[in-house]
Ligand binder design. Sequence first.
Ligand code: FAD
Length: 516
Amino acid sequence: ILLICIPQIANLCCCNDSVTTSKIQNHEMVSSLQTLALDGYLSMEDNEHAANDFGNIYHFPPLAILYPETVYDISRTIKHIYEMGSGSEFKVAARGHGHSLQGQAQANQGLVINMKSLQGKEMKVHGGEMPYVDVSGGELWINILHETLKHGLAPKSWTDYLYLTVGGTLSNAGISGQAFRHGPQINNVYQLQVVTGKGEILTCSKNQNSDLFYSGLGGLGQFGIITRARISLEPAKKMVKWIRVLYSKFSTFSTDQEYLISLENTFDYIEGFVIKNRSGLLNNWRSSFNPKDPFQVSQFNSDGKTLYCLEMAKYFNPDETEAMNHVESLLSALSYIPSTLFQSEVSFVEFLDRVHISSIKLREKGLWEVPHPWLNLLIPRSKIHHFAQEVFGKILLDSSNGPILIYPVNQSRWNSETSFVTPEEDVFYLVAFLSSAIPFSTGTHSLENILTQNKQILDFCHNAQLEIKQYLPFYSSQEEWRAHFGPRWELFAQRKSTYDPLALLAPGHRIFQKAS
Ligand code: FAD
């Protein structure tokens, strides 16, 4: 009922005898869960919100939501389902902040575990030579930022948006402009506490239960529920020099990006984005906008042309002059359009929390809760020019439907033992099409049109053999998942049978069973 049935996803609506039988079994399972002694509670009503996510395209309602008070609530519940569950279709999804795109944190007619119930419990910062913070898997990164700053410390690797949970981003990767130097968030974790698909509570790290540790990082929630994480920290600076510059040629833009990420002593954050088909930019930007404000550059018109914006940030303390001299010398080696240097100084928190401001503005205009058919790709460096030429030059003829991020990272900073798979080159690019669809629109900005465009991009990558990987991947068949993992599929499947033998967990990815 809640599923928006458009052709690409209509095959997820089904109704037959086996579904009816499993629904009865699922109701019996929920009744039996009600007999468990829990510190938290189970909710059987008003659960519609758990059938929604940021993507706002797939909607699968659960039968029940667990609001755990302790890790034991999660362990008892999963153990019970595991012991009762052989042959049943009853599935369990951990829900962090529900910012998935295609129902990945949903469990159709199953159980959703509301991880945010564990938030705030025992967030402990430890100083010393290798500082870290112990947090709950349901903690939001924004809260971790505020807590660790009280000790003059902060995590090293971030996402662009901080209202996401630790369990949610560590199940994917957690990639932002710091990943070129520190790797993604999954590379900056010392230890996890995990409840497996059998209900066991295990602590794991690179030295203890290491197979489970690496399985869980980037593991799409397939092997267990992350209930706690130990996150590596570094001394935090107070201020950020935030800079944006523009390019008209992709090759010059990417050469500069790759140059910056190759340096040992460089910016702390490096990203970039594409400005597509806006008019008047190069003529009017001086009069229309304050060139000191990097926020404004994304609003500019580009005279119908495609422009590329390189975004950089340097962290510093107010008394340091050396950092600013270094910024000058880094900028002097770049080949951006000279009149397009936008820079400002903001606090460390303002910089890291920058997307929150946009989210508030979009919410006010009713544009946050629209469908988000996002497409995130990882593209090997050797193929990025072919990709840019075809996609930015031909496929995206109209103006884009949202920001398009593009920046390179160094593969050497990614730990190859985690479940996450990357392209096999020393440098690869993250390209993120962060589209928003206008509800009930039938034109360029319609959901159907954007999905068709996404498919065109994927078909091009496939036909041109660009050897890309999807980030936050979305596939509807196991065939596609096998292709995604390539030679690592066997290990992934073997780990699934070890830690979640009944395939109870994270059904929304549709890797080991259908979502409905
Ligand atoms: P949910 O959507 O709740 O869950 C995601 C998946 O993880 C589900 O499969 C769920 O079952 C599983 N899961 C959740 N909690 C746990 C747990 N404790 N243990 C095990 N599995 C769990 N990603 C980036 O890498 N970089 C970015 O810069 C970035 N920016 C974003 C900006 C916005 C506005 C949005 C909406 C998303 C962004 N993302 C980014 C993607 C984001 O990292 C993922 O969508 C992430 O999964 C969202 O976290 P969440 O807490 O909402 O997870």
